[in-house]
Design a protein around this ligand. Structure first.
Ligand SMILES: Cc1ncc(COP(=O)(O)O)c(C=O)c1O
Length: 374
């Protein structure tokens, strides 16, 4: 099997499962109970939280454990909008966000907010200058991705964070496809809110984090017993929190080295595709090498996927969230301006565990399947 759908999800690492099981068995008490068992669970929870913040170089930040990045994104956008609605009702974002941001923006619009969706450029990202020009006295929030999940386009988040230091607007970044793949530091990229998801870096599904500044007030989205800094009530899942910290540790270790290797694999793919007729890269050259979006002329993406799956090679059409809807991809349309390219797009997504042999075998099978289907 060759698995090249790592932007959709990754398998849990055995070490992550080991941490999860160990904590389930040994630290099952309610971390909010006042007895000794509860205290031990709470200590482990706080240790995991501190490790997550530390690995992101986030002194002065705190991590809120969530059920995944969909919740983290919902939390950030709704939490800020509710908290600061008297300060202003304008939000700046882009036309290429994940549905867990875009759908929330739509819902906020129905509730009286106005949203400026900046168009991405030929590199698939927006610039700090575009953000600057869109800001008004009413803007309370800017939300962009770090790395786009379909194209791999990289947003200049350090520049945008820098620009927003002198504006009231908070900066939320959906970091799902970037953290653990590209170098990242909250000290160097001081965003206000950051969403992460464990299953994109060999962690567990249903496990995410929203990182925010220690003193940052946002409106609670889950009311109850007041857990997680009075923001998200409910008994905290300590094993998942510990497993998240473990997965993040594995992801950020040797990130530059893994990136270098993946760049080489991406280069091999691009070189081979350049020599194939009717095949073109949708992803810009500057994209994260972990994601390569491809246009294949004359073959339906689903047919190509099935052809490859018969050879036990797994890739995806557009993002996993929308791939069952069989529409054209708005993200690839925004990037390329071509409906044909947006309709016939497939996504190859690598991980730090993808080998040169995987890529070689994939390319051989790809050539054969494309020739057979044309
Ligand atoms: C960029 C981006 N944001 C958010 C999400 C949602 O993450 P989760 O599956 O943890 O809810 C995804 C998952 O595909 C993603 O790629």
């Amino acid at each position: 099997m060759i698995y090249l759908d790592n932007a959709a999800t990754t398998p849990p690492d055995p070490a992550v499962l080991e941490t999860f099981n160990r904590v389930c068995e040994g630290f099952w008490a309610n971390p909010h109970s006042l007895h000794r068992l509860g205290e031990r669970a709470e200590q482990l929870l706080e240790q995991a939280r501190a490790q997550v913040v530390d690995m992101l170089d986030g002194r002065g930040y705190r991590a809120l454990f969530t059920s995944g990045a969909t919740e983290s994104n919902n939390f950030a956008l709704k939490g800020v909008a509710e908290q600061y609605r008297e300060r202003g009702r304008h939000i700046v974002s882009t036309n290429s966000e994940h549905p867990s941001v875009e759908r929330v923006l739509q819902s906020l619009e129905s509730g009286g907010f106005s949203v400026t969706r900046l168009p991405v450029g030929s590199d698939g990202a927006v610039t700090a200058d575009q953000i600057q020009a869109a800001l008004t006295d009413e803007t309370i929030l800017v939300s962009t991705m770090f790395v786009n999940n379909e194209s791999g386009a990289v947003t200049p988040i350090a520049e945008i964070a820098d620009l927003l230091q002198s504006h009231q607007a908070l900066y939320h970044v959906d970091g799902v496809q970037g953290i653990g793949k590209l170098p990242f530091s909250l000290r160097e990229m001081p965003v206000d809110l950051l969403s992460l998801s464990a299953h994109k870096f060999f962690g567990l599904k249903g496990s995410g984090v929203l990182v925010l500044r220690e003193r940052q007030a946002i409106a609670s989205q889950v009311l109850g017993g007041g857990q997680e800094f009075e923001l998200r009530s409910g008994t905290v899942d300590v094993p998942k929190a510990a497993a998240f910290a473990k997965a993040l540790r594995l992801a950020v270790t040797d990130v530059a080295e893994k990136l270098k290797r993946t760049r080489e694999l991406n280069r091999t793919l691009r070189k081979s595709f350049a020599g194939m007729q009717g095949v073109a890269c949708n992803s810009p050259e500057s994209a994260s090498p972990y994601i390569l979006n491809l246009f294949v002329d004359g073959i339906k993406p689903e047919t190509l996927l099935q052809g490859l799956a018969a050879e036990e090679i797994y890739i995806s059409t557009v993002s996993a969230c929308s791939s069952k809807k069989a529409e054209l991809s708005p993200v690839i349309l925004a990037l390329t301006g071509s409906e044909q390219r947006a309709r016939n797009a497939i996504r190859i997504s690598l991980s730090c565990r993808t080998s040169a042999l995987d890529i070689q075998r994939f390319l051989e099978a790809f050539r054969q399947v494309v020739n057979k289907l044309r």
